[in-house]
Write a protein that binds this ligand. Structure first.
Ligand code: XMP
Length: 508
């Protein structure tokens, strides 16, 4: 295991993902966490991340200088390098010129950190501070035009610092440098794989659950699906899944879930038909936040009622992923609530269950990998994210059964064609939106006054920012044609060309 201490860099998760790609397990912890766990013999090295602070500021995040004395290899990146320097008695100050972007790294001497890295190579810089004087017993092992201390190392201990970011793609040999740290310096084995994860998880789940029962809210999304199949593989019929059909799902989604989980995986599954309940409560509601609130509340009610009927459960399974875990422990300033994301499936903590979260160590792409390994079909594994409130926030204005049906049909055609054109997987999220306006059209000799469907497709890596997808005209033409011809009540289709920010991915 490699431990990364996070000082608030936007790239911290990227470091962890890179290292895991080498088959080395790696965890992120906030810099101020209690460090007693470092006694674990499996821990082979530490990384100090970058961060927005300056080490010489009064409230700058610091870390115990004893960490440099544990005998464990340490790699400091950007702020991490400055911190190591500071802890080892060197000097850091604000640079007159901030350095941002590409620079050329020139290696000085040989270091195990730079095995198979050429003497000159491009690196990505992003910092405002610089080292003035090295810490005790440190030496320079690489420099750039603006940073005489771009890479440093201790003369006798495995302590290293890099002013540039090896985790970003622009640093051409960044991967190699991280690999060198993990294998050459820390001596990791590289045997952490999806199979080993599954094998270990099955044991852990069995031991933890014993003969107790587990309840799982299945959403049809990747995370809860993988969690359910993994847990089922471990404890079989002690698992019971509940899927709530809110009536706000994608076309035929409820049936698909039944087919995959009950028929294929033979998992105990209750599908609750709560369509009427949700639609009744949404009658006359147009405000998006109000819709979210109602759906969130109703979901919890339905789920609770159903759980009661099914008897006593000790555990509640959830598809929590590693980014959620880090998000909740990292020190981050409060950010404004733009939308309240009532995550359907996000249940209140008043529930008297112990949580079972078998995926809490994994990133999304690793979860997909595990899902594939477990034989979950691509339909579910590759599926775009879907908001908890479902189609309710894609039907602008009032949600009625007719409008749901209309949108489901248009959306199904859209998704089908994206698959036909083989562009579905190039898109982060694509969906149709039903607008609350009518426009004039002509059909035969008749004037029509009908609905407008907006098509949204974005690329993104995490949903936080997004760019509109440059959809081929042929695909747009086919989709528009089919929707207007096949979905009664639609006479116009438009394509959304806004990015996030300032737009959001959803329309509500
Ligand atoms: P926005 O629209 O905020 O969406 O750019 C970012 C991502 O979040 C999803 N989303 C939601 N997910 N409950 C959810 O569980 C919600 O209320 C909700 N609103 C948006 C959206 O689909 C996108 O993936």
């Amino acid at each position: 295991t490699i431990i990364i201490f996070d000082f608030g860099s936007q790239y911290t998760q990227l470091i962890a993902r890179r290292i895991r790609e080498f088959g080395v397990y790696c965890e992120i912890h906030p810099y101020n966490v209690d460090k007693t766990f470092l006694k674990d013999k499996n821990i082979k090295g530490l990384i100090f991340s970058g961060g927005p602070s300056s080490v010489y500021e009064k409230d700058a995040p610091k870390i115990e200088s004893q960490l440099l004395e544990l005998g464990l290899p340490v790699l400091g990146i950007c702020y991490g390098l400055q911190l190591i320097t500071y802890l080892a008695g060197g000097e850091v100050s604000g640079a007159e010129k901030k350095e941002y972007g590409l620079a050329e790294l020139k290696l000085l001497g040989r270091s195990p950190l730079f095995k198979d890295v050429p003497d000159l190579s491009p690196v990505w810089m992003s910092h405002g501070d610089k080292v003035l004087k090295l810490g005790r017993a440190f030496e320079v092992i690489g420099q750039t035009d603006n940073s005489p201390y771009a890479a440093i190392a201790h003369k006798s201990k495995p302590l290293f610092g890099l002013q540039f970011h090896p985790e970003v793609q622009h640093t051409r040999y960044g991967r190699q440098i991280l690999k060198n740290f993990v294998f050459e310096v820390c001596g990791c084995a590289g045997d952490w794989t999806t199979q080993s994860f599954i094998k270990e998880s099955l044991e852990t789940i069995k031991n933890k659950v014993g003969n107790k029962r587990v309840l799982c809210g299945l959403s049809g999304g990747v995370d809860s699906s993988v969690a359910a199949v993994l847990i089922h593989k471990a404890i079989g019929d002690q698992l019971h899944c509940v899927f709530v059909d809110t009536g706000l799902l994608r076309y035929r989604e409820a049936e698909e879930v039944e087919t995959v989980f009950r028929k294929h995986f033979k998992i105990n599954l209750t599908v609750v038909d709560a369509r009427e309940r949700f639609l009744n409560r949404l009658k006359g509601v147009v405000d998006p936040e109000e819709k979210r609130k109602i759906i969130g509340e109703e979901f919890i009610r339905v789920f609770e009622e159903e759980a009661k009927k099914l008897g006593k459960f000790h555990f509640l399974a959830q598809g929590t992923l590693y980014p959620d875990v880090i998000e909740s422990v990292s020190f981050k300033g409060p950010s404004a609530t733009i939308k309240s994301h009532h995550n359907v499936g996000g249940l209140p903590d008043t529930f008297d269950f112990e949580l079972l979260e078998p995926l809490r160590e994994l990133f999304k792409d690793e979860v997909r990998q595990v899902g594939r390994e477990l034989g979950i079909p691509d339909l579910i594994i590759e599926r775009h994210p879907f908001p908890g409130p479902g189609l309710a926030v894609r039907i602008l204005g009032e949600v009625t059964p007719e409008r749901v049906e209309l949108l489901q049909k248009a959306d199904a055609i859209y998704i089908e064609e994206l698959n036909t054109f083989k562009i579905y997987n190039a898109i982060w999220q694509a969906f149709a939106v039903l607008l609350p306006v009518r426009t004039v059209g002509v059909m035969g000799d008749q004037r029509t006054y009908d609905h407008v469907i907006a098509l949204r497709a974005v690329t993104s890596s995490d949903g936080m920012t997004a760019d509109w997808y440059r959809m081929p005209y042929e695909a747009l033409a086919k989709i528009s044609n089919r929707i207007i011809n096949e979905v009664a009540g639609v006479n116009r289709v438009v394509y959304d060309i806004s990015s996030k920010p300032p737009a959001t991915i959803e329309w509500e």
